[in-house]
Design a protein around this ligand. Structure first.
Ligand SMILES: [Zn+2]
Length: 94
């Protein structure tokens, strides 16, 4: 079993950065500055990733491999993924 966390770049914030590049020079300076004023960080990784994975004994199913992954950013972006898989030839005998 292993649990860890990491910081990386947020896809939603990154999209906003790309949008800011594409509108530069196409909107008024006021609109552009208002757009940039939205609370996103373009320098720092803002997406916190928490994950845990490993092999464990599930009382009902037997030995399983599992992954739990969660990511969240201050901008409101959230992503969660869970997976578990029964290991071959590991069913609990009754
Ligand atoms: Zn974000």
């Amino acid at each position: 079993m292993s649990a860890d966390n990491n910081w990386t770049y947020c896809p939603r914030c990154h999209k906003q950065i790309e949008s800011s590049k594409s509108i530069y020079g196409k909107v008024s300076e006021k609109e552009y500055l208002e757009f940039l004023d939205k609370p996103v960080s373009i320098e720092e990784p803002t997406l916190r990733e928490d994950y845990e994975l490993g092999i464990t004994l599930d009382k009902k199913e037997g030995w399983i491999f599992y992954i739990i992954y969660m990511a969240s950013c201050d901008c409101g972006f959230r992503f969660k993924y869970r997976h578990k898989e029964l290991l071959p030839s590991s069913k609990v005998k009754e």
